[in-house]
Ligand binder design. Structure first.
Ligand SMILES: [Zn+2]
Length: 324
């Protein structure tokens, strides 16, 4: 299926993404914090997943975990892998805000789209964990040497962990980068103090498992309807979904100065209990995503209990013994 031309987006999404990745390779390190720090991603991921220790470390580790692979270059500079640049302020807060609600929503949908693609890849890669009769393939689930997150073919378990980790990173980031769970600071709402939505439920637009079976146009329509009018993430000087990299975030709700809760020490994180709200939201969300992935394996691979064996092989460090 060839993509329809979209006004203002002359290149197809995959081509744009490839160009962004290529361009990102030439970008110098900025040193700025971006995303929950690796340690915060680790804490959230460990709290969310009931996995055995070696497997959990492969996913969660602050430096080498799959969930932190998107914070390595060139992925680091791709805004859609961190749900950046969905910044917006309604006219009642800021007359003439330089971005429209639709542009902000487009960036958020582009971020969700990366998680949908990774979820699909992970379901596919999981099939390599077991044979046709549902027996765990020991060589494919062995973690006695570390996985490398390089998107190259290898052990099935490494491939599943990489696809899941690269799809979950931005979902965790969403909580650190958006105002979904926030309270605003006291005083007027505006550029330096965007509204907070104070939500504690699962965002309806992160229903990744449901989206994987749907056409892009269909799930994006549904997801769009669930995005609150005042939802925003921060502007960050990385590449947005159209391949544009803002020189700065002047006049926009900025990630670095304003909205991020990447560390407990940021101004927005220190507003009330915003840091706890963001980490609690991300943790509950990741548990949901894992449960949805497990459920999808059972649905996708019902014969000989293969899907259940795949899930067993994922959570156990020695699945050949633990999943007879
Ligand atoms: Zn990130």
């Amino acid at each position: 299926m060839s993509p329809l031309p979209v006004p203002g987006r002359p290149r197809s999404a995959p081509a744009a993404f490839a160009a962004v990745l290529a361009a990102a390779l030439t970008v110098l390190p900025s040193g700025a914090a971006h995303a929950f720090t690796g340690a915060n991603h680790e804490d959230i991921t460990r709290a969310a997943l009931p996995w055995e220790p070696v497997t959990l470390t492969a996913m969660a580790d602050a430096h080498d975990g799959a969930v932190n692979a998107n914070d390595r270059r060139p992925y680091f500079d791709v805004g859609t892998l961190h749900c950046d640049n969905a910044d917006y302020l309604a006219p009642r807060y800021s007359a003439g805000y330089p971005r429209t609600r639709d542009e902000a929503t487009t960036e958020l949908l582009a971020c969700i789209r990366t998680s949908v693609a990774r979820f699909r890849n992970a379901v596919r890669a999981a099939e390599g964990l077991v044979d046709a009769d549902g027996r765990v393939r020991a060589d494919q689930s062995d973690l006695s040497t570390p996985c490398t997150w390089d998107e190259k073919p290898g052990r099935a378990k490494c491939a599943v962990l990489e696809q899941l980790g690269r799809g979950w990173h931005q979902i965790e980031d969403f909580y650190a980068h958006s105002n979904w769970s926030d309270r605003p600071a006291a005083g007027p709402i505006g550029l330096g103090n965007p509204p907070g939505l104070e939500r504690t439920d699962h965002p309806p637009f992160l229903d990744i498992r449901r989206y994987i079976a749907m056409a892009d146009a269909d799930w994006t329509r549904q997801a769009r309807e669930g995005i609150p009018a005042d939802l925003a993430t921060g502007c960050y000087p990385d590449f947005d979904s159209t391949g544009v990299k803002p020189a700065d975030c002047e006049g926009r709700v900025a990630h670095n100065l304003t909205l991020n809760k990447d560390t407990a020490a940021s101004a927005r994180a220190k507003t009330g209990d915003n840091f706890r709200r963001a980490t609690a939201g991300a943790t509950a969300e990741l548990t949901r995503q894992w449960n949805d992935f497990k459920a999808e394996l059972l649905t996708a691979y019902p014969d000989h209990g293969r899907g259940a064996q795949m899930a067993c092989a994922l959570v156990h460090d020695d699945p050949a013994a633990a999943c007879p």
